[in-house]
Design a binder for this molecule. Structure first.
Ligand code: SF4
Ligand code: SF4
Length: 286
């Protein structure tokens, strides 16, 4: 089973939930944690893995052979990202805008475009006391997170329960990370900002046809509108975590919640079994 842990908004406690669930499951069976928040991976701070392997991530960038080019402009016409332009008798490539989709080289009538790899990040693979761990790191200044996320997800071990820590927001990296999950846990906080971003995150999960449930972090803060929204939309609230200075202190020290306050382990195991029940229930309906 693959469970992605997402949040429409940064700073809601997504990594706290992902690492706590992974660490709680570790003693019960085989678990793998993937940190797909490649712009700012931080699960390793809590998991403290031993990293044993690195893999570079590259995307193919077009390289134009101007001896073959007739400056027809087809490449610029088909590029959806304005990453290639033809100005008089010159073809300009803007690598920072290129998504490496290959459309320009495929459609060039003169076969004047070849591709060269541009390194945009890396994936590191390791483990921590029997838990498999993989995270991706996008190079500073690069904008193409999805290829790094895809590379992280190539390491999904189907024999393990997989927890995916998703980047915040609702853009392409989030879609790429949630895609293919059996369940998406959305972590939010009970504030108007939390609700507004939760609504968008629910839309993403629904578009991807991934069932979702909510964790409300820092309860006691804000109002009850997140609860009202979830009840109205039929989205289960699977866990609430109180606003607690002890939890914040552990997080600030890089101490996993379930190690600092071991009673939380049972709570996260219960959360996992509730998710499993929902996923199994859907599978039996299909
Ligand atoms: S499509 Fe090919 S031939 Fe046409 S301008 Fe681009 S590189 Fe040159
Ligand atoms: S590879 Fe795709 S994104 Fe990059 S320049 Fe060519 S068409 Fe544009």
């Amino acid at each position: 089973m693959i469970i992605s842990v997402a949040s429409g908004k940064g700073g809601t406690g997504k990594t706290l939930v992902a690492t706590s669930m992974a660490l709680s499951l570790k003693d019960k069976g085989k678990v793998q944690l993937l940190d797909c928040d490649v712009e700012e991976p931080n699960a390793h701070i809590f998991i403290k893995p031993v990293l044993i392997r690195k893999e570079a991530v590259s995307i193919p960038i077009p390289k134009v052979d101007e001896t073959r080019c007739n400056y027809c402009g087809k490449c610029a016409e088909v590029c959806a990202y304005n990453a290639i332009a033809v100005i008089k008798e010159k073809v300009l490539v803007f690598p920072e805008l290129c998504h490496g989709c290959g459309a320009c080289s495929y459609l060039c009538p003169e076969a004047a475009i070849s591709e060269e790899g541009k390194e945009i990040g890396l994936v590191e693979i390791g483990s921590s006391n029997g838990m498999e761990f993989v995270h991706g790191k996008l190079n500073v200044g690069e904008a193409m997170a999805p290829p790094v996320i895809r590379k992280v997800k190539e390491h999904i071990n189907p024999k393990r329960t997989v927890i995916v820590d998703v980047s915040p927001g609702t853009s392409c990296p989030v879609v790429e990370s949630i895609k293919g999950s059996d369940f998406c846990l959305l972590v939010t906080e009970p504030t108007p900002f939390g609700l507004s971003d939760l609504v968008l995150a629910v839309e993403v999960a629904r578009k991807l046809k991934v069932p979702c449930g909510v964790v409300i972090n820092r309860t006691g803060l804000g109002d009850g509108k997140v609860d009202d929204y979830c009840y109205g939309e039929g989205i289960p609230i699977l866990l609430t975590i109180p606003l607690d200075s002890g939890i914040a202190y552990l997080y600030s020290r890089g101490t996993p919640l379930v190690e600092g306050i071991p009673k939380w382990k049972e709570t996260f195991l219960q959360l996992f079994s509730n998710i499993k029940e929902i996923v199994d229930g859907r599978d039996s309906q299909d």
